[in-house]
Write a protein that binds this ligand. Structure first.
Ligand code: GTP
Ligand code: MG
Length: 344
């Protein structure tokens, strides 16, 4: 198509699932860089965000994704923690999402936080796909790095293949028990009424091309109209973390899910005691494919458009609150925006 991809908002893809089922590893594979190594005990404790541009998506997806068929700018992935104590962060991640990947360890099946994630997706009405992860751990597995599912299936023995099929059908049964009709993704015609299950390995990259293809297809076919928002309008986002940054003082890590934010913009931020009204001093953008949680280097930019993970430096942010809304005032009345933020 000939549309300018800059006109469409980047869809937000939340990655949800039980602890250790491989959410961060899967994103590491897509990014081509490891965040998991930087995590204490490899347990994710914060929400992360990584922007993956369309050309990288199609590169990872190989022949399965033709970039000329898509006019979305790429995908913004939100990593969430699976540990039971972080349910607020999971809800926050789920609420931000346009689409979600539910990661399930194919050997472990449904676990408590898998069920919790399903409840969040049901409550928010977020369309999702299931990544049946760790297929490489099936005994006797013959890996083919980064191969699409069909190719890697063909390279397995009958015994291995039937063991995988059995695990996948068990998962489809569990999804049905949770009220969702699902099937292996290549049998799904309508991804809105039927959840696609995609066998993957975050370790070997097998099935990752398929996962990205299904996601892009879903996003393009069903979300495009929702992405045709006024991304030049006043920015709206959610605070992920309030952090001290050398040279900048207290800063906010933010997911911008709507509109545009510019240097010098007046913004309203939810605070622990009072609502904060301040002015953007600097907008700091993580490097391409970098994860906002672990990134140390940021580019100072003039403006950013949704959806994006970014760091905001501004005066008076000490009392800002994680999870609170951030709104650019624009040409609206400040008082009205303060009321809007306080009503959230
Ligand atoms: P939390 O963020 O704490 O909820 O965990 P997570 O879902 O992000 O899991 P993580 O990516 O940290 O992976 C947990 C462990 O499983 C790590 O040791 C990974 O190396 C391993 N792992 C993840 N995916 C795979 C896979 O596909 N195959 C194999 N063999 N190991 C995997
Ligand atoms: Mg993790």
């Amino acid at each position: 198509t000939t549309e300018d991809p800059g006109e469409l908002r980047t869809p937000i893809v939340a990655v949800l699932g039980h602890v250790d089922h491989g959410k961060t590893s899967l994103l590491d594979k897509i990014r081509g860089s490891a965040v998991i190594e930087g995590e204490a005990g490899a347990i994710t404790q914060h929400i992360g965000a990584t922007a993956v541009p369309l050309d990288v998506v199609s590169e990872v997806a190989g022949s399965l994704v033709d970039p000329t068929e898509f006019d979305l700018p790429g995908l913004l992935f939100i990593d969430t923690p699976g540990h039971h104590s972080f349910s607020t962060l999971r809800s926050r991640g789920g609420a931000l999402a346009d689409i979600a990947i539910l990661v399930v360890d194919v050997n472990d099946g449904f676990q408590p936080q898998t069920e919790e994630a399903i409840r969040i997706l049901k409550d928010t009405g977020t369309p999702f796909v299931v990544a049946a992860n760790k297929i490489d751990t099936i005994p006797g597995w013959n890996p083919t790095e980064d191969a699409p599912v069909q190719q890697t299936y063909d390279n397995q023995s009958d015994r291995v293949r039937s063991q995988l099929d059995e695990a996948l059908y068990e998962l489809i049964g569990e999804l049905s028990g949770a009220g969702f009709s699902s099937d292996l993704y290549w049998r799904v015609q309508d991804f809105q009424s039927n959840i696609g299950v995609i066998p993957v390995s975050a370790e070997t990259g097998e099935g990752v091309p398929d996962l990205l293809t299904v996601l892009m297809g879903l996003a393009q076919r069903y979300m495009k109209s929702e992405m045709e928002v006024n991304i030049d309008g006043p920015g709206a986002g959610t605070v992920l973390e309030v952090k001290d940054e050398r040279g900048f003082g207290t800063t906010l890590d933010v997911i911008l899910y709507d509109g545009t934010i510019r240097q010098g913009d007046q913004i309203v931020v939810g605070g622990t005691n009072e609502t904060i009204v301040t002015e953007v001093r600097a907008l700091l953008k993580p490097r391409e494919l970098a994860e906002i949680r672990t990134e140390k280097r940021f580019d100072d930019v003039e403006s950013m458009q949704a959806a994006a993970g970014l760091k905001i430096a501004a005066p008076d942010l000490d009392e800002a609150m994680a999870g609170a809304p951030v709104r650019v005032v624009g040409d609206r009345d400040v008082e009205a925006v303060v009321e809007e933020v306080e009503a959230e």
